[in-house]
Design a binder for this molecule. Sequence first.
Ligand code: BES
Ligand code: MN
Ligand code: ZN
Length: 530
Amino acid sequence: MNFSFVSGDASLANGELLVIPLFEGELGEGAPAGLVAADSALEGRLRGAATQEGFKAKADQSLVMHTLGRTTAGRVLLLGLGSRARFHPEVLRLAAGRAAKTAQRLKVVSLVVALPVTDAGADAVRAVVEGLELGAYKFDKYKSSAREEKGAKKPVKVSLVLPEGVEKSRDLEDALALGKRVAEAANWARDLVNEPPNAVTPTVLAEAARKSAKEHGLKITIGGQREIEKLRMGMFLGVTAGSTEEPRLIHVEYTPKNARDAKRPPLALVGKAITFDSGGLSLKPTEGMVDMKTDMAGSAAVLGAMQVIAALKPPFPVHAFIGACENMPAGNAYKPGDILTSRLGKTVEITNTDAEGRLVLGDMLTWACEHKPSAVIDLATLTGACIVALGNYIVGAFGDDDDTVNQVLQSARTAGEEMWRLPVSELQKDALRSEVADMKNSGERWGGSINAALFLKEFVGDTPWVHLDIAGPSNSPKERGYLSKGGTGVGVRTLVEWVRLRAQTQGDEVAEAPAKPARQARGAKKSTRG
Ligand code: BES
Ligand code: MN
Ligand code: ZN
């Protein structure tokens, strides 16, 4: 998509579809200039039609109307934003997503979007850009019909009409650029999630990571079976044993240019990367297996976020750690009853081979913590229990370090990704007690997500740690706002926001000669508040 800012009367701007977002009750009095102008060009028939059709600008309402040559655009799209009192940029992101999908259905390639008057400033611009880019996403490369159409697809041109009194500024340009980057990274992650498991094997995932790292100027190191053995990652080796696909160990590094910043402790991002989870010998039923190509969504989000982080250039290193493999049944697969020795040295009795994510992640967290990070976060499609608890749209957040957890929750709120904290409570500790080893990998059903988090906690030591269970939100069951059915890229926006937040506070700590990127991040943050 090609974005540009324009000023003046939205109804006169060039484009096939004029998009006008509206708050509830602002169809009459307090109507935005774009609506008033378009309505007067249509001699009052736009508002007339809205009233007749029952359009009240509620948060999920929209209305398309032909203009019969009365405005520059052939059609007007009114987008409901709901109550102004409950406004958050996420509302705008969802609405912009609906606009992109409507434009696609109408086969329209140029849009004029009248930016609403809000106090969100640059954040509103970013939300609109992200919503449009995310909303336009489609995964149809395996559809013969779509493949034939492909050549005809033209890039979409979007004119963003600034509200009266708002000038084009550096802040807005930056928000546009960041929004585009973030959405492109999330869409890149969605592709990886949506690709079938015969296309995205551990090897292919690692190659995608390599290509992405090269393109964004990041260092990447990829290891295979031998390196994993050398690192004595016994849990990872157990999970991968039954697969004919070679496992991959992926380490992506962003290092600041400034020598002093480069020596700071890194931030560590860990992502679950089971490219297919059959359950192993504790085999899943078919219904539970069909979506298990998405069991690498955590790693896709981490790799997507790294693309944006490379451009943000925070004043501290950021490392991604990913262990990619399949979980398959086979004669040489790991078995219930096996005892595995983790990299950390703790022994684990396998009681369910379908609780494989925590095993690979445990070794990855140990490895990540050996790099002495200031904090570590993991993103994982870890438990069905988390979907039972929080549904398909809310991420479960875990961790002992209140400050770090709150920082991530705050970043998620800013980014428009809903998360809810769940306890990593010792009350559940008995669930993982083993008679024969230091612990077992799965216990009672009750509190399944907490038990998984408790297992991971064993491998992070004193490092401030946050665990995000994205089992539900990584895969949308239906089209909604900017989401389509399938991979969502959840986590990319929160990770980017978290790095921005930490860049801001770390920049403030270093009073003398702040590095340029830190200043940039501070400037960007200011616009978040304003
Ligand atoms: N990848 C699954 C979790 C999952 C389920 C993600 C549904 C997305 C949708 C994970 O590896 C798993 O199988 N977890 C088990 C754990 C149990 C055996 C302790 C589960 O949730 O049933
Ligand atoms: Mn599993
Ligand atoms: Zn899994």
